[in-house]
Design a protein around this ligand. Structure first.
Ligand SMILES: Cc1cc2nc3c(=O)[nH]c(=O)nc-3n(C[C@H](O)[C@H](O)[C@H](O)COP(=O)(O)O)c2cc1C
Length: 180
Protein backbone atom coordinates (compact mmCIF):
# COMPACT_ATOMS: atom_id res chain seq x y z
CA UNK A 1 0.00 0.00 0.00
CA UNK A 2 1.17 3.51 -0.80
CA UNK A 3 1.90 6.11 1.86
CA UNK A 4 -1.53 7.65 2.68
CA UNK A 5 -2.68 10.73 4.54
CA UNK A 6 -6.25 11.56 5.59
CA UNK A 7 -7.18 15.25 5.71
CA UNK A 8 -10.62 16.46 6.77
CA UNK A 9 -12.76 19.51 7.55
CA UNK A 10 -15.63 18.97 9.96
CA UNK A 11 -17.93 21.48 11.68
CA UNK A 12 -19.91 19.16 13.96
CA UNK A 13 -17.75 16.04 14.08
CA UNK A 14 -19.42 13.67 11.60
CA UNK A 15 -16.68 13.88 8.98
CA UNK A 16 -14.04 13.73 11.72
CA UNK A 17 -15.40 10.39 12.95
CA UNK A 18 -15.19 8.91 9.45
CA UNK A 19 -11.74 10.42 8.86
CA UNK A 20 -10.34 9.03 12.11
CA UNK A 21 -11.81 5.60 11.48
CA UNK A 22 -10.45 5.51 7.91
CA UNK A 23 -7.00 6.61 9.12
CA UNK A 24 -7.09 3.96 11.85
CA UNK A 25 -7.88 1.26 9.27
CA UNK A 26 -5.09 2.49 7.01
CA UNK A 27 -2.58 3.03 9.82
CA UNK A 28 -1.94 6.63 8.75
CA UNK A 29 -2.55 10.06 10.34
CA UNK A 30 -5.82 12.04 10.10
CA UNK A 31 -5.19 15.78 10.07
CA UNK A 32 -7.57 18.71 10.18
CA UNK A 33 -7.41 20.72 6.94
CA UNK A 34 -6.74 23.98 8.74
CA UNK A 35 -3.72 22.50 10.53
CA UNK A 36 -2.24 20.89 7.43
CA UNK A 37 1.30 21.94 6.58
CA UNK A 38 2.60 21.75 2.98
CA UNK A 39 5.43 19.38 4.02
CA UNK A 40 2.89 16.87 5.37
CA UNK A 41 1.03 16.95 2.09
CA UNK A 42 4.21 16.66 0.05
CA UNK A 43 5.20 13.46 1.87
CA UNK A 44 2.09 11.42 1.01
CA UNK A 45 1.40 9.37 -2.13
CA UNK A 46 -2.35 9.03 -1.56
CA UNK A 47 -4.38 11.94 -0.24
CA UNK A 48 -7.78 11.07 1.23
CA UNK A 49 -9.81 14.25 1.65
CA UNK A 50 -13.14 14.34 3.50
CA UNK A 51 -15.48 17.24 4.14
CA UNK A 52 -19.04 17.95 5.19
CA UNK A 53 -21.48 19.16 2.52
CA UNK A 54 -22.64 22.71 3.08
CA UNK A 55 -25.13 24.16 0.56
CA UNK A 56 -23.75 21.80 -2.05
CA UNK A 57 -20.09 22.67 -1.41
CA UNK A 58 -17.43 20.49 0.22
CA UNK A 59 -16.16 22.08 3.43
CA UNK A 60 -12.48 23.09 3.22
CA UNK A 61 -11.88 21.39 -0.13
CA UNK A 62 -10.98 24.45 -2.13
CA UNK A 63 -8.02 25.27 0.08
CA UNK A 64 -6.59 21.76 0.11
CA UNK A 65 -7.45 20.53 -3.38
CA UNK A 66 -6.80 23.65 -5.46
CA UNK A 67 -4.05 25.52 -3.60
CA UNK A 68 -0.65 25.44 -5.33
CA UNK A 69 0.35 22.36 -3.38
CA UNK A 70 2.28 19.59 -5.03
CA UNK A 71 -0.71 17.35 -5.73
CA UNK A 72 0.60 16.15 -9.08
CA UNK A 73 1.42 12.48 -9.14
CA UNK A 74 -0.62 11.76 -6.03
CA UNK A 75 -3.69 9.56 -5.96
CA UNK A 76 -6.71 11.56 -4.80
CA UNK A 77 -9.56 9.99 -2.87
CA UNK A 78 -12.37 12.32 -1.82
CA UNK A 79 -15.34 11.60 0.43
CA UNK A 80 -18.37 13.74 1.14
CA UNK A 81 -20.35 13.64 4.37
CA UNK A 82 -23.88 15.01 4.09
CA UNK A 83 -27.42 14.66 5.26
CA UNK A 84 -28.84 13.45 1.96
CA UNK A 85 -29.03 9.67 1.55
CA UNK A 86 -26.23 8.64 -0.85
CA UNK A 87 -27.94 5.31 -1.48
CA UNK A 88 -29.97 7.30 -4.01
CA UNK A 89 -28.20 7.37 -7.41
CA UNK A 90 -29.70 10.75 -8.37
CA UNK A 91 -28.36 12.24 -5.12
CA UNK A 92 -24.87 10.93 -5.84
CA UNK A 93 -24.98 12.30 -9.39
CA UNK A 94 -26.15 15.68 -8.13
CA UNK A 95 -23.37 15.93 -5.52
CA UNK A 96 -20.76 14.80 -8.06
CA UNK A 97 -21.93 17.36 -10.62
CA UNK A 98 -21.87 20.22 -8.11
CA UNK A 99 -18.41 19.34 -6.83
CA UNK A 100 -16.98 18.80 -10.30
CA UNK A 101 -18.24 22.24 -11.31
CA UNK A 102 -16.52 23.81 -8.29
CA UNK A 103 -13.29 21.77 -8.40
CA UNK A 104 -13.00 20.45 -11.98
CA UNK A 105 -9.33 19.51 -11.93
CA UNK A 106 -9.23 17.62 -8.63
CA UNK A 107 -12.65 15.98 -8.99
CA UNK A 108 -11.93 15.06 -12.59
CA UNK A 109 -9.31 12.56 -11.40
CA UNK A 110 -10.39 11.78 -7.82
CA UNK A 111 -12.01 8.57 -6.61
CA UNK A 112 -15.21 9.94 -5.05
CA UNK A 113 -17.15 8.35 -2.17
CA UNK A 114 -20.42 9.53 -0.61
CA UNK A 115 -20.97 9.00 3.11
CA UNK A 116 -23.90 10.01 5.28
CA UNK A 117 -23.45 12.27 8.30
CA UNK A 118 -26.03 13.69 10.64
CA UNK A 119 -27.42 16.79 12.21
CA UNK A 120 -28.10 18.04 15.71
CA UNK A 121 -30.12 21.25 15.49
CA UNK A 122 -29.43 22.07 19.15
CA UNK A 123 -25.72 22.40 18.30
CA UNK A 124 -26.07 24.58 15.21
CA UNK A 125 -24.55 28.05 15.33
CA UNK A 126 -26.86 31.02 14.60
CA UNK A 127 -25.76 31.39 10.96
CA UNK A 128 -26.29 27.71 10.16
CA UNK A 129 -29.61 27.71 12.03
CA UNK A 130 -30.80 30.64 9.91
CA UNK A 131 -29.52 29.04 6.70
CA UNK A 132 -31.42 25.84 7.45
CA UNK A 133 -34.63 27.77 8.22
CA UNK A 134 -34.29 29.69 4.94
CA UNK A 135 -33.53 26.51 3.00
CA UNK A 136 -36.59 24.82 4.49
CA UNK A 137 -38.85 27.74 3.59
CA UNK A 138 -37.51 27.71 0.04
CA UNK A 139 -37.85 23.92 -0.31
CA UNK A 140 -41.43 23.90 0.95
CA UNK A 141 -42.32 26.19 -1.97
CA UNK A 142 -40.80 23.73 -4.44
CA UNK A 143 -43.31 21.23 -5.90
CA UNK A 144 -42.79 17.80 -4.28
CA UNK A 145 -42.03 16.13 -7.63
CA UNK A 146 -39.14 18.54 -8.21
CA UNK A 147 -37.42 17.93 -4.87
CA UNK A 148 -34.16 16.02 -5.07
CA UNK A 149 -32.49 13.74 -2.50
CA UNK A 150 -30.66 16.59 -0.79
CA UNK A 151 -33.93 18.55 -0.53
CA UNK A 152 -35.74 15.57 0.97
CA UNK A 153 -32.87 14.89 3.39
CA UNK A 154 -33.12 18.41 4.75
CA UNK A 155 -36.93 18.50 4.97
CA UNK A 156 -37.34 15.06 6.56
CA UNK A 157 -34.82 15.73 9.32
CA UNK A 158 -35.54 19.42 9.93
CA UNK A 159 -35.36 20.33 13.65
CA UNK A 160 -34.35 16.80 14.68
CA UNK A 161 -31.22 15.09 15.91
CA UNK A 162 -30.18 12.41 13.44
CA UNK A 163 -26.96 10.43 13.17
CA UNK A 164 -26.46 8.25 10.10
CA UNK A 165 -22.71 7.76 10.54
CA UNK A 166 -21.93 4.13 9.69
CA UNK A 167 -18.30 3.06 9.37
CA UNK A 168 -19.22 0.05 7.23
CA UNK A 169 -20.14 2.48 4.45
CA UNK A 170 -16.54 3.77 4.47
CA UNK A 171 -15.04 0.28 4.10
CA UNK A 172 -14.99 0.33 0.25
CA UNK A 173 -12.90 3.53 0.43
CA UNK A 174 -10.40 1.84 2.75
CA UNK A 175 -10.22 -1.18 0.45
CA UNK A 176 -9.60 1.00 -2.59
CA UNK A 177 -6.75 2.88 -0.87
CA UNK A 178 -5.14 -0.43 0.15
CA UNK A 179 -5.16 -1.53 -3.49
CA UNK A 180 -3.74 1.68 -5.00
C1 LIG B 1 -26.00 25.27 6.72
C2 LIG B 1 -25.98 23.83 6.35
C3 LIG B 1 -26.03 23.44 5.01
C4 LIG B 1 -26.03 22.08 4.66
N1 LIG B 1 -26.08 21.73 3.34
C5 LIG B 1 -26.12 20.41 3.00
C6 LIG B 1 -26.19 20.01 1.64
O1 LIG B 1 -26.19 20.82 0.71
N2 LIG B 1 -26.26 18.68 1.36
C7 LIG B 1 -26.25 17.73 2.35
O2 LIG B 1 -26.32 16.53 2.05
N3 LIG B 1 -26.14 18.07 3.67
C8 LIG B 1 -26.08 19.38 4.00
N4 LIG B 1 -25.97 19.75 5.31
C9 LIG B 1 -25.81 18.71 6.34
C10 LIG B 1 -24.34 18.45 6.68
O3 LIG B 1 -23.63 18.09 5.53
C11 LIG B 1 -24.26 17.33 7.72
O4 LIG B 1 -24.72 17.84 8.94
C12 LIG B 1 -22.87 16.73 7.87
O5 LIG B 1 -22.97 15.62 8.74
C13 LIG B 1 -21.89 17.74 8.41
O6 LIG B 1 -20.64 17.16 8.63
P1 LIG B 1 -19.63 17.74 9.73
O7 LIG B 1 -20.31 17.61 11.07
O8 LIG B 1 -18.43 16.89 9.64
O9 LIG B 1 -19.34 19.18 9.36
C14 LIG B 1 -25.96 21.09 5.68
C15 LIG B 1 -25.88 21.49 7.04
C16 LIG B 1 -25.89 22.83 7.37
C17 LIG B 1 -25.80 23.21 8.83
Amino acid sequence: MKNALVVYASRYGHTRRYAQWIAGQLGCPALEARQLRPQQLAACEVLVYGGGLYAGGLNGAKKVLTAPHPLEGKELVVFTCGLADPADEATRQHIRAELTKALPEALGRAHLFFLRGGMDYSRLGPVHRLMMAMMRRMLLKKPEAERGGQDRGILETYGKTVDFVDMETARPLVELVREL
